[in-house]
Design a protein around this ligand. Structure first.
Ligand SMILES: Cc1cc2nc3c(=O)[nH]c(=O)nc-3n(C[C@H](O)[C@H](O)[C@H](O)COP(=O)(O)OP(=O)(O)OC[C@H]3O[C@@H](n4cnc5c(N)ncnc54)[C@H](O)[C@@H]3O)c2cc1C
Length: 418
């Protein structure tokens, strides 16, 4: 039989956080530092699982570019993020890492990383700090399944239902990709039942599908095209792109993924254009192609004068007609404007991040629900999107900081007004 346990919180000093990703953990850190009591609930078996995954290829925690460029990365929400970043900036984030004993550095691309590149050291130092505070309580394997207008939360824990009445609640439940890390997006049902306006989840920083020939699929096996330029609907991105048996992935694709995704939603097909030699003018490229001796095969010539490997030649064969190879002017134009038609986004669970979630129109400047004061939101569950490059995590930290500022500036904690 189901046991009901009541764990309600009487005092405003005690704050309930649901979700133990970077956004929730950072709220906990700031609140404990200010002397509050924090109870953090998460349905996973451990906190920070997605943060750990983010460190697999080098944890890019933020970016060093100026505030205007930084905030422009959040598209429609640039103005709002200018405020959030102004309140808690990339410099503040680096200082906080130092406070935890983790040094950071700025890479040649301007991206900011912890010195060891991985998440694990930073996460361990962070969790140790939280756990060493007697005002912190962590409840794992507690799944939020309901909330009422009176801020009565219901959690499921094994065969138990736990009820928590809390005066101040922070939700930091993440997006809807990489379910394996706990970010399943199922909280959207709980919040829409409460009447909170949500925007539907869409993949962001994701790969795309393309119907390749069977021969190409067999040959390709994750090949990387370096130093290319991707163009799509007037936008450009320079860097690396991966070819896979199912389609395309990689940095330049992620950078324009929201535009490609939206075009696919609208018209069912999206045609990207790549320039395989952005550093060479069309004239210079044409001249190089024209210098082919009769003895040299075309694939050898492309390798010698343009550095194209076998896979690029196979890609050209896949996408061009036999006639395109016969005329150097046409071939040069195609190399600089190679069109690839994409047919679908990859499944949302594979995406690095998701767009959609709690609409900002529902919230005040401190990311507090206008309809139910005392309910706050932080991190990826908010309806914003940004490319990779440290913008996702900085968004989590800055929004968490604003939530804590909101709670403390309310004056409900007589000893803590800033
Ligand atoms: C492969 C990969 C690489 C990435 N690399 C980078 C990078 O280099 N730089 C960067 O800036 N960002 C990167 N990101 C994105 C970054 O990890 C996320 O933006 C960030 O983790 C979001 O933090 P969050 O706290 O908002 O949510 P999450 O980290 O998703 O945490 C949400 C938490 O809520 C819990 N939860 C969810 N639903 C419930 C429920 N109903 N009840 C109780 N608990 C619940 C989950 O278990 C989870 O612990 C990467 C992501 C991936 C997948």
């Amino acid at each position: 039989m189901e046991i009901i346990e009541d764990r309600s919180v009487d005092s405003c000093q005690e704050i309930t956080i649901v979700g133990g990703g970077p956004a929730g953990l950072f709220c906990a850190y700031l609140l404990l530092k200010a002397g509050h009591k924090v109870k953090l609930y998460d349905h996973s078996s451990a906190v920070g699982k997605k943060f750990l995954v983010a460190g697999n290829g080098g944890l890019n925690i933020s970016h060093s570019e100026d505030l205007n460029s930084f905030s422009s990365r959040y598209g429609k929400d640039a103005k709002l993020f200018k405020k959030l970043l102004g309140a808690f900036s990339p410099v503040d984030l680096r200082d906080w890492c130092t406070e935890l004993g983790i040094e950071t550095f700025v890479g040649t691309s301007g991206r900011i990383f912890p010195k060891g590149l991985k998440s694990v050291e930073l996460l361990s130092a962070w969790i140790d700090k939280l756990k060493s505070n007697e005002n912190f309580k962590l409840y794992l394997r507690h799944k939020l399944i309901g909330i009422t207008n009176e801020k009565k939360l219901t959690f499921e824990n094994c065969d138990k239902k736990i009820i928590v009445n809390s005066k101040v609640v922070i939700f930091a439940l993440g997006g809807a990709s990489w379910k394996i890390t706990g970010s399943d997006g199922l909280w959207s049902k709980v919040l829409s039942d409460l009447g909170v306006k949500l925007s539907s989840f869409r993949p962001m920083n994701c790969g795309f599908e393309r119907v390749w020939s069977e021969f190409f699929k067999r040959e390709v096996d994750r090949c990387s095209l370096k130093n290319i330029e991707l163009r799509f609907l007037g936008k450009t991105a320079k860097g690396e792109m991966m070819l896979t048996p199912y389609g395309v992935e990689g940095g330049v694709i992620y950078a324009l993924s929201n535009f490609i995704r939206d075009e696919l939603i609208e018209s069912g097909v999206a045609k990207i254009t790549i320039d395989l030699k952005p550093g060479l003018s069309l004239e210079a490229l044409t001249q190089k192609l024209a210098k082919r001796s009769k003895k040299s095969t075309l694939s050898n010539h492309l390798r010698k004068v343009l550095g194209f490997d076998k896979m690029i030649f196979i890609l050209l064969k896949e996408l061009l007609s036999p006639e395109d190879f016969e005329d150097v002017d046409i071939l040069a134009k195609k190399i600089k404007n190679l069109e690839i038609e994409l047919s679908a986004t990859r499944p949302i669970d594979e995406a690095i991040s998701t767009s959609g979630g709690v609409c900002f129109s529902e919230l005040n400047e401190f990311l507090e629900l206008k309809a139910i004061p005392g309910v706050y939101f932080a991190g990826e569950m908010l309806d914003y999107e940004a490319p990779t490059g440290g913008y996702l995590l900085q968004g989590c930290f800055s929004s968490a900081w604003m939530v804590v500022k909101g709670i403390r500036s309310k004056g409900i904690f007589p000893d803590s007004r800033e």
